[in-house]
Design a protein. Sequence first.
Length: 385
Amino acid sequence: MSNLTNINDYTYGLDKIFPDAKDFLPLLGTDYVEFYVGNAKQAAHFYKTALGFQSLAYAGLETGMNDRTSYVVVQDRIKLVFTTPMPHSKNTEIFDHITQHGDGVKVIALWVEDATKAWEETTKRGAKSYMAPYKESDQNGEVIRSGIHTYGDTIHIFVERKNYNGTFLPQFEKWESHYNPPECGLRYIDHMVGNVDWGQMNVWAKFYTDVMGFANLITFDDKDISTEYTALMSKVMTNGNGRIKFPINEPAKGKKKSQIEEYIDFYKGAGCQHIAVATNDIVFTVSEMKKRGIEFLYVPGSYYDTVLERVGDIDEEIELLKKHGIMVDRDEDGYLLQIFTKPLTDRPTLFFEIIQRKGANSFGKGNFKALFESIEAEQERRGTL
């Protein structure tokens, strides 16, 4: 996989300029997402087997990295890193993260033209520094990375790689593997959702506005996202070119415990709740993932009795969508199809959304009630509703 050095080489399906965003960084795309996990080799094997990722890079004792082991997998423009600490590491950060949160997202890395400038601009606007600009180099060139703290223990790393031609990063080598199952059609990260505690949504929305120049794309209150029992509120934040979207969720008062409260209880704090990944053929993607053992939330069959009255004509056969539990919603720009996995970890925390956009720029507001009822059914089975 070649490294992309030109913004024109890194186009998404629905680039859209949001003039309210002050994109002073600017952000060119998601570079990678790093998970801290109990067993990186097994986690990478799972994502290859069940979601169709391919081997990309490895770092560990053999490459001179003594405190951790990392495996990198790739599918189209999505790079995931799974990292596990070595027992003699003096840095306990990874151990502590796994102990508190279980397997979860630590790093949301953002591709930038200038990592030093990105760090300077965000820290002077109030971000807490995680890592000052740091140059890493090997025979393939150099990478500059810097980082800031965000909600919970999650961090953003800014990655400047225009002068690097290696497989991933210095200290990583190409991971050669005879086992690379076919891909599932995943293309890029559409958005990543952060769950924060009571009263914190506006705090972090303001952070993304003031510190990173994002705009508030849309706001959902507890009237938009609620059922008879639970509710939440959400603000979707976007950068200027629309390639980075971060919905920020917080609980809202309801008769029972919402999915956000459940997440925070089990994750032991704020964190990344789900990763939405785009596909050009959601029926193919979901079919493949089901064959490989991924479980999806159940959508009641009655949902499909009236969905076409709500969304109008679509290209897909409604019976095929019903068979797989794929939901549909429409906005003024077109429609989208979406489905949500059950949690991919032992704790009921991280899950994936599979989304296919056919013009729509929204997030499936018309599906919220059916989705929440499905999540509540799972919460009830777990005894956490």
